[in-house]
Design a protein around this ligand. Structure first.
Ligand code: ASP
Length: 320
């Protein structure tokens, strides 16, 4: 006979199974951007992170997500330090540097690339379609044309006006924290623990033609080691190049430091060695567990973080 107690048991069993099936339905609707996935990028590049997240939501690969996220900045004429609309060198020509690195340690890079908007996509082609790591200048351009990239004049009207104004004095004087969007470096880790990254820039405005910065150099502008984590840099490339900063950050994390501690140590070493009072270096990093952090020499550096809940812009701590 069914008594009150057993009736309650049946009710709670029914409620339990309804709850379970609601959970199951819910989990089948769950976005592929899982808890544990994390995308971080230099500066307030929230839109780029959202583009990357949307690729992951469509079951795209981590590398596709990073590439497309960076493409969105390369294609934005308002971003004056990356891709189309980037500031030119001192001869008035826009040249781009970019690199990409996957979880297997494969890498591709282009330096001094002219007349192609999506430098990071050309870098990916170098990684995937050639036996080389770096293609430069005319060779990089010819390769991009062979790969079907479109030839585009990268100098926008606004950049031309700014260049003509600059020519009146012609003083090379790299600025820090340009409108919160210099080089875009993006590194990401998915819930499976796979880590990849890339970066893209037009380099320092009004540089000497042929100048290559840190961004396309593996270990300087970007380094990924799937066993440990990844790091990427922005700021005065010459100093990052001389310090192998992103390789150093990943090695410091390997030896037990958190991403923020490793970035702090790397910018501290730069600061102790070089006299760069007015210049900036900002580093961001993630580790295998998906923890992230940043550190910069000067205040004003920020980075964008996207997880399965939201995208936020975080103020980096700095040495000064
Ligand atoms: N690191 C870049 C370069 O030196 C510039 C930047 O991030 O502002 O080319």
């Amino acid at each position: 006979m069914i008594n009150r107690r057993s009736f309650n048991k049946v009710l709670s069993a029914l409620a339990g199974s309804a709850f379970l099936s609601a959970c199951q339905n819910n989990s089948s609707k769950k976005t592929p951007f899982y808890k544990g996935d994390v995308i971080i990028s230099t500066w307030a590049n929230t839109n780029a992170n959202e583009v990357a997240k949307s690729i992951l939501n469509k079951n795209g690969s981590l590398l596709d997500a990073i590439e497309k996220g960076i493409n969105s900045v390369e294609e934005d004429p308002k971003d004056t330090s990356v891709g189309f609309g980037g500031r030119p060198d001192n001869s008035g020509e826009v040249t781009l540097d970019a690199c990409i690195m996957d979880e297997k340690g494969n890498a591709g890079s282009v330096t001094c690339l002219k007349e192609v908007v999506n430098a990071v996509s050309v870098a990916r082609k170098v990684m995937e379609e050639t036996p080389h790591v770096i293609l430069t200048g005319q060779g990089a351009h010819n390769f991009a044309m062979d790969q079907g990239f479109k030839k585009t004049n990268l100098l926008t009207e606004d950049s031309k006006i700014a260049y003509d104004k600059w020519l009146q004095k012609s003083i090379y004087n790299p600025e820090i924290n340009i409108e919160r969007h210099d080089t875009i470096g993006m590194i990401a880790r998915n819930a499976k623990g796979t880590i990849s990254g890339a970066c893209s820039t037009s380099g320092l405005a009004y540089k000497i033609p042929g100048r290559v910065g840190d961004s396309p150099i593996i270990g300087s502008g970007l380094f990924v080691d799937n066993e440990v984590g990844a790091a990427t840099a922005t700021g005065l490339g010459e100093i990052v190049l001389k310090s192998c900063s992103t390789f150093l950050v990943v090695e410091l994390m390997r030896n037990g430091m958190s991403p923020a501690q490793a970035c702090k140590e790397a910018v501290t070493r730069i600061n102790n060695k070089y006299d760069i009072k007015d210049l900036q270096v900002g580093l961001i990093a993630i580790n295998k567990a998906g923890e992230h952090g940043a550190y910069s020499i000067q205040p004003g550096f920020v980075y964008a973080v996207t997880n399965n809940e939201k995208t936020t812009v975080i103020d980096s701590k700095s040495l000064t």
